[in-house]
Every structure is written in C-alpha cells, then in structure tokens.
Design a protein around this ligand. Structure first.
Ligand code: AR6
Length: 322
C-alpha cells in the first residue's frame, strides 16, 4: 500500500474515531486537563484516569499507552507535546518525538489504525503552520518503518487546521495522480458547504412570514412584510448558492464513480477511454459553469483557488482519457 494511501486527513471529533488507537495530547502528570485531553477523558469514562494515574506521568516528547475503556478505540496513546516558547527551546524536535514515540508504542501493541489530533497547537500554543508540517513529516518517516500500520488519520478540529495539513501534504507527497488530487480539492471545499447551507435558513424565514401574512393583518405582520421583501431580494442569490451545493455534490459523486472506474482500469486495462472520457467531459462541463464558479469565488479567495485547481485537474484528465 502506498504511503499516501495510509495517511488520511479529516475534520471531526477524535473521541468518535473507530480505530485501534487514538492519541491524547496530554499533560506531564496525565491528568484530565482541557481541550482534546478533557474530551478523551470524558468519553472514555472514569476508568481512564484510574489507569493513567498508575503510570507515573509522562515526559515531554514521550508516549504511554492505556486501554480505551468506553471509547470505540481499543487503546489511548498519551503523549506530551512541548509548550511553545518561541521556537528556540527544542520545541520542534520534541514535537517530532511525540509522533515518533506514539507510532513506536502503537506498533509494539499491534495497532494497525491510529488517529492523531494536532498535538501542541491548542493550549500549548505551537503555531499550526509549523506544527502541521512537523506532524506530517515525522509521521511519513515513521510509516516507512512500520508497514503493519495501515492507517494514520489526522483528526483536525477546524477547517483552518485542515487546510494547513492538506496543503503541506500535497507538497510532501508530490502526488501526481489526478484522481487523488481532485479528491483532495473536494475535501478542501467541503468545509464551505456549511456557508452555503446557512442560506437554507432563509427558506424557513419565508415559510414563517407567509404563515403570518395568511392570518389577520397587524402592525406586526406589516413589519414582517418588510423582512419578507428583503428575503425575497436575496432569494435569487440563494437559488444560485443551492446550485453550487448541488454542483459540488454532483461533482463529488462523479469523482467517486470515476476513481472506481480508474481503479478497474488499472486492474483490467481492458476498460477503454471511450467509457471514461464522456464522464470526464460531463464533469468538465459542470465545473465550468460560470455562474457556479463565480458564486464560489465570492465565498473566499481560497475557495476560488480550489475551484481553479479542480478545473486544471479536470483539463488534465480530459487530455489523458481522450
Ligand atoms: N478532537 C480532535 N481535536 C480536538 C478536540 C477533539 N475532540 N478537541 C480539541 N481539539 P489542545 P495542546 C484540538 O489544547 O495544545 C490540555 O489541557 C484543538 O483544537 O487540546 O497539545 C492537556 O491536558 C487543537 O487543534 O492540546 C494539556 O495540558 C488540538 O486539538 C494541554 O491541553 C490540540 O489542542 C495540551 O495542549
């Protein structure tokens, strides 16, 4: 299995991960604490604290293992990241050591899938830009040593953190497979679905106002009428936004069909470009829809850039399957 297939990024809550082990960004005394640590202790139940208290603490840069108790994960690997003091207190080598030690301990216990949070980048103040690069570099290096670990998942807690990890990963693995690149572009666009979905609240507003208007008119109803007018003004906008959302969903679906086909093509070279090309072509037409692209562009510069990336990749695919 290629290294990049063994390393995944996702946004979410690490306590919910269904993996063999999750990593806790702990404190040296292995007490409950806050942040991800507090969430893990909470979800694992009181037996976790009883177990960690028998371990005699943990040095910065080291890792210790316990059971997962009420978590889905069988194990929790506790590591203590460095407190960031400006960068000259060996923070980078200590952070590197956290990832290395966690993977060593994981391998010793037969762990095949493991989830990491972004160590030290919360309360401990390590800048996410540098910390994410160290996290990925040290993990990629260790994965070569431990082929039995087939999944390392970084569970990021915000779209901003996800973007740092994802940008660095693109550079580090220098992966030219257009399907993988396209998938990552969509992963990065995903957090923006939320912005689009917010617009759906306007639907509820329209429903509420029309209920009021259908009853006896009152000053209150007239005030609501004003708000209806402004809601309707943006309705046109909303329809376009909805189309964006549909387009992304549609594109994502297509990408997954296409990657399956491509996998088959790799396995059975018999599948012809005649099958693949019309699909790529459909994808291209959809993504080149200017209204949709310009609406996404309005959301933020980053999204606009992602869209341009997606277009470039699809152009490549178009040429490859022609
Ligand atoms: N799932 C995934 N990531 C999370 C979760 C979660 N449920 N909750 C928070 N994060 P932090 P540190 C992210 O402060 O900087 C504790 O009190 C969070 O957004 O938890 O290593 C310990 O006991 C951030 O990106 O850990 C220590 O005293 C990342 O996890 C100290 O804080 C790490 O943030 C450790 O500080």
């Amino acid at each position: 299995m290629a290294i990049n297939e063994r390393l995944k990024l996702t946004i979410g809550d690490i306590t919910k991960m269904d993996v063999d082990a999750i990593v806790n960004s702990a404190n040296p005394r292995l007490l409950k604490g806050g942040g991800v640590c507090g969430a893990i202790y909470q979800a694992a139940g009181p037996q976790l604290l009883a177990e960690t208290q028998a371990l005699g603490g943990c040095e910065t840069g080291d890792a210790k293992i316990t059971h997962g108790h009420q978590l889905k994960a069988r194990f929790v690997i506790h590591t203590v990241g460095p407190v960031y003091r400006g960068g000259s207190a060996e923070e980078s080598s200590l952070l590197e050591s956290c990832y290395k030690r966690c993977l060593e301990v994981a391998a010793q216990h037969g762990v095949r899938s493991i989830a990491f949070p972004s160590i030290s980048t919360g309360v401990y103040g390590y800048p996410i830009k540098d910390a994410s690069l160290i996290a990925l570099k040290s993990t990629l290096a260790e994965l070569v040593r431990f082929p039995q670990i087939n999944l390392v998942c970084f569970v990021l807690f915000s779209a901003g953190d996800f973007k740092w990890y994802s940008d660095h990963l693109d550079e580090l693995i220098d992966n030219d497979d257009p399907w993988d690149r396209l998938q990552r572009v969509f992963d990065r666009l995903k957090p923006n679905y939320g912005d689009l979905l917010l617009q759906d609240n306007q639907n509820l507003e329209v429903a509420r106002v029309s209920t009021i208007l259908s009853g006896p008119r009152s000053p209150e109803a007239l005030k609501e009428l004003d708000s209806l007018v402004s809601t309707l003004r943006s309705a046109n906008d909303r329809i376009i936004q909805e189309k964006c959302l549909q387009a992304v969903n549609f594109l994502e679906e297509k990408v997954s069909v296409l990657s399956k086909l491509l996998d088959e093509k790799r396995a059975k070279p018999g599948i012809r470009n005649q099958v693949l090309h019309p699909l790529v072509w459909g994808l291209k037409r959809e993504i080149q829809n200017e209204t949709i692209a310009s609406k996404f562009a309005e959301l933020s510069d980053d999204v606009e850039e992602e869209f341009e990336n997606a277009m470039e990749i699809i152009e490549d695919l178009d040429a490859q399957t022609r």
